[in-house]
Design a protein around this ligand. Sequence first.
Ligand SMILES: [Mn+2]
Length: 505
Amino acid sequence: MENFRAPPPPSLPLRAPILPGTTSDRSATPGPAVIRFLRGRYAGRSAEWHRPTMRFRFVHAADLHLDTPFTGIAEVDGPVAEALRDASLRAWSDLVELCVEEGASFLLLAGDTYDGPRRGLRAQMAFLQGLRRLDRAGIAVLAVSGNHDPEGSGWSAISGWPPTTTFFPADGVRSVPVLRDGRALATVYGISYARPDESRNLAALFPRLRGPGPDGVRIGLLHCNVGSDPDHGDYAPCTTADLRAAAVDYWALGHVHRHRLVLAGDPVWAAYPGVLQGRSPAPVEAGPKGALVVDCDTDVPGGLREAPRLVPLDRIRFAAATADVTAAADLAAAAAAVAQTLEDLRADPAHAGRGVVVRVILAGSPEAAWPSELPRLLRSGELLQQVRAAAAHLRPFVWCEGLRPALAPAVAREAVAGRGDFAAALVAATDALASDAGALDALVRTLKGELPRTIRDALADGGDRSAGPGDIPAAPGAPDDRLGLLAAAEQECLRLLADEGEGAP
Ligand SMILES: [Mn+2]
């Protein structure tokens, strides 16, 4: 692997060939204004590189969402707010350095590079700066767009890209060979979105037959939803069968924000790197986020010697943690248990050097009486303030985004269920809702309809009015939160009913 340290600069031909078997057979050669190829820049340098090996490395990233707004995080102030604002741009800058340090031949960006076209001069400048740094290092960048950055939108502040940057157009699948000493290391196929709500199966447009002659490792670059992941918008939907049917060795995918190896090389590989920087405490955005480093060898069937390696690049880590408060005799002890959970997170080497935004789940079955005060303290935010103050000394910061009670029920629902009274009917109703996703969905919709329009709009787009059709559900009402909300609502109702019972003469 030592020969990865100083790879030759990649070179691209003056124009991309259109391969037989692609849907772009009959269309014209891509316009020079859309695809910018490497020109004579490296022509004189290839003599420096006399390596018989055709091993190389590339980096695959997606969903940079540069200058993204963070959703579901309220009341952030000071250094935490500043860190959140800068996180996506710093992660991009770290991605650029990763490519240089790892000796990558090229960088693939699989869509949603920016979050919304109407925002972010800062994001555009930072993006361009990174591309120039990669250009100087001889590292090509090949990019497609997704639902957040469809072709023709955004990048209003930039009139020209470095010669090593290629944006695939949206009018058909195109191919771009990456050459070393005149031989193809790889051929990258890609297609961009023409519109945010792309509903066509774009994977089916990729070539199914290999062209004549060696074309190196064949890579498909695409923003799509494989297998209709319900956590994400169903854009460019396709199946793993579609991926296998194409003459592609490695699918460099984007759109799903959680890292996933979709196909593990038998011989086709397909992977989502996930979002480069998590954006909210929602489960799909939590955990390590980064880019994939992919080692290739043109002599290996499928082109890869081993599975791609995820390198975390997130500057802020979103996490969920559980604080067991079974032993807490009073509220002070419960708050201390939460504070200890935050200290433990700070000490976890997995998060070293990063700010952490954490949602803490209060778990256990305390025998003490304090849980009856919990709903009031959570509503008023008093407990949360206390927890944040106790963690204020931690560096880098650990910010408690919220507390979610999941205590063993203080009001035993099993006991209530057999009583035949109003409370028993309530328990039966929540059971019915919990087992009927459609009914629960309809109820949430109805309740949202009851909300004032201003709040409803904020919920609908995560408070981000300028975003395009989002693929991240806003935290409240997200599918994974609904059962938790239902259980919490039931407990709150049972408590109120019990209190009422006690107060009655
Ligand atoms: Mn997307």
